[in-house]
Design a protein. Structure first.
Length: 602
């Protein structure tokens, strides 16, 4: 059949725990998803819990075991692989027309998919024709990919029991990569959050990342990028080592969940256009560089028909948006993240947090300073983790106990790195700030951003255990959730069939008819972001800030001009939506013009 993939969308990684069990829930239906492999303790807990639930033997891997982090990651991924193979085999043994998982597999497909037409025609077939059609459909069945995510910035060096620093390959990110490379998965690792040369180079140590004599690559690389330039730089770095980037996953800088890596005002539309225009060149440059490196290493070459894929995620909310992105920009797929937080059949969100999402107002979704990484973080104001953070501050006990230490990078006050969300760091920081700023208003302004830091290691992992009836270690049950702004337009708890039906335009589950088009929403988010940056400038006054604002505004205006031309030439959406977009783009242009750094006004 013409499409080798069952679905044109995937479920991106969400937090440490929200998609940890997603493959067990949806892979049997051909839906691909991404699992975070950064928290080996959480993976080990989940393997224990799910093994017990499924009646599978469980042999623990203790932290005292050498290379326990990588071994735990490999064990959990192998567990997923084996269980999903069992699910697929069971599904193939079922009979059509009984309302089971076999029927669901094909019901979930897009109506445009050739297999769907054959499935819908089954009731009208008899005898040998029906047997042949059923066999054809069962032969088509394939599980969704179990891809993994490594956030490249989360790469803390580790120490042995004597306090001596371990070799580089035992750092958090490199150990995670080793855990994936040694697993049974035929899948991809998604590198997100920018370039990590040591991590990228370490992939050379594993044959699975290189083509075999048939040209097959068992472990593939996906790069999450913000623009074409980043794709070319990172892609060439890897290609010169003989490592092929199979997919570039473009993510909106602000209209996404989790960490938000804002561009300097460069919007998604122009970014897509650049990829569209230069896609063939990008493919050829990387293919040639990669094969040259493979030839020099005496390894099998990539096949001449190897083509990189380009996908997008962040803020997509309707079937029309989804279809336009795929058709006009010739993208190979889309990622739907935050909306699946409302689908218990796909993700692990505890009941308390799920109800908070259902009842959340638009103002409850905000771009916070919660991340200890110093990168802006999409957050929910009403989460139990936010409640806990504020209570600790009110008790003059700001900060979190730091047990997992994945985000311990700060050496401002200590020789050994600590986390900026930890109680230890914030205690030291508040003492310093009190000595510097005697004025209460100045002190509060200066400390607000520090006090916003939260423990993501515990908060983003807790739901995976809570939804399985387990209490996280040390009773740390407060939940951090990281939905993108797009989730404000979805309200309710949905079935998997409803959400997939929405993506493919079979039904609509949007509750807010005033939702702006994803292109408009991203633009609005960038304008708000720039205004906030200017407010922060009044405190920090970084050098050349005025030039940064001018460049940012120019990029925004170029983006608006691009969209204005686009909607005049191409039917990007309904006539009603296009009419609204025209008015909104005109209004935002005026708003951009009014933005100025205060010092330039005086």
């Amino acid at each position: 059949m013409q499409d080798s993939k069952p679905h044109s969308f995937h479920i991106p990684v969400m937090g440490l725990g929200y998609t940890l069990e997603t493959p067990l829930k949806v892979a049997k239906f051909g839906i691909s998803s991404v699992v975070s492999i950064m928290d080996d303790s959480l993976l080990e807990d989940m393997r224990r819990v799910k093994s017990r639930n499924l009646g599978v033997p469980y042999f623990p891997i203790n932290t005292s075991v050498k290379d326990s982090r990588a071994l735990r990651i490999t064990a959990y991924l192998n567990f997923l692989h084996e269980q999903i193979e069992n699910q697929i085999n069971l599904l193939k043994s079922q009979f059509f027309g009984e309302g089971n998982d076999l029927d669901t597999y094909f019901e979930l497909l897009s109506d445009k998919h050739p297999a769907k037409k054959l499935f819908e025609n089954l009731p009208f077939l008899n005898g040998e024709d029906r047997v042949q059609a059923e066999n054809q459909l069962k032969a088509y069945i394939q599980g969704g990919k179990i891809d993994v995510n490594i956030m490249t910035k989360v790469d803390k060096l580790n120490f042995d029991e004597k306090g001596e620093e371990l070799p580089r390959e035992f750092s958090d990110a490199l150990s995670a990569l080793r855990g994936f490379a040694n697993s049974k998965l035929n899948a991809s690792v998604v590198f997100s959050a920018g370039m990590n040369p040591a991590l990228y180079s370490y992939a050379e140590q594993f044959d699975a990342f290189f083509p075999d004599h048939k040209g097959d690559i068992r472990k593939r690389i996906i790069l999450k990028v913000s623009d074409y330039r980043s794709a070319m730089i990172q892609g060439r770095f890897l290609a010169k080592k003989g490592l092929w980037v199979s997919e570039f996953r473009i993510e909106s800088g602000l209209n996404c969940g989790g960490h938000a890596f804002a561009t300097d005002g460069i919007l998604l539309g122009p970014i897509f256009e650049e990829f569209k225009e230069n896609r063939e060149n990008l493919n050829n440059v990387l293919l040639e560089a990669c094969n040259q490196a493979l030839l020099a290493q005496g390894k099998p070459l990539l096949l001449s028909d190897e083509k990189l894929k380009i996908t997008v995620q962040g803020g997509i909310g309707t079937a029309l948006e989804n279809e336009f992105l795929l058709d006009y920009y010739r993208l190979d797929g889309t990622g739907w993240g935050s909306p699946f937080l409302m689908v218990p059949e796909a993700t692990n969100v505890d009941d308390d947090t799920l109800q908070k999402l259902v009842h959340a107002k638009k103002s409850d979704y905000y771009l916070s300073h919660a991340s200890p990484l110093g990168v802006r973080f999409n957050n929910l104001r009403t989460s139990s983790s936010e409640d806990q953070r504020k209570k600790r501050i009110n008790k003059d006990r700001a900060g979190s106990p730091c047990y997992k230490k994945f985000l311990s990078f700060n050496t401002e006050f200590t020789e050994k790195p600590i986390c900026t969300a930890s109680r230890q760091y914030l205690n030291l920081k508040m003492k310093e700030m009190k000595s510097k700023f005697s004025n209460v208003i100045d002190f509060e302004k200066r400390t607000e951003r520090f006090l916003a830091k939260d423990c993501l290691c515990e908060g983003l992992g807790a739901p995976a255990l809570l939804t399985n009836g387990e209490i996280p270690a040390r009773n740390l049950t407060a939940v951090t959730i990281c939905p993108g702004p797009n989730l404000a337009y979805f309200s309710g708890v949905f079935s998997l069939k409803e959400m997939v039906g929405h993506i493919y335009g079979k039904i609509s589950i949007l509750r807010d008819s005033d939702r702006p088009h994803m292109f408009v929403k991203e633009l609005q988010l960038y304008i708000s972001y720039l205004k906030e940056e200017i407010d922060n400038y009044l405190l920090d006054q970084p050098a050349k800030f005025e030039a940064y604002v001018d460049k940012f505004k120019a990029n925004l205006k170029q983006g608006v001009a691009y969209y204005q031309r686009l909607i005049e030439e191409i039917p990007v959406d309904t006539e009603e939506m296009i009419s609204r977009m025209k008015n909104q783009f005109q209004a935002t242009l005026a708003e951009i013009e009014e933005i100025a750094v205060p010092s330039l006004v005086d």
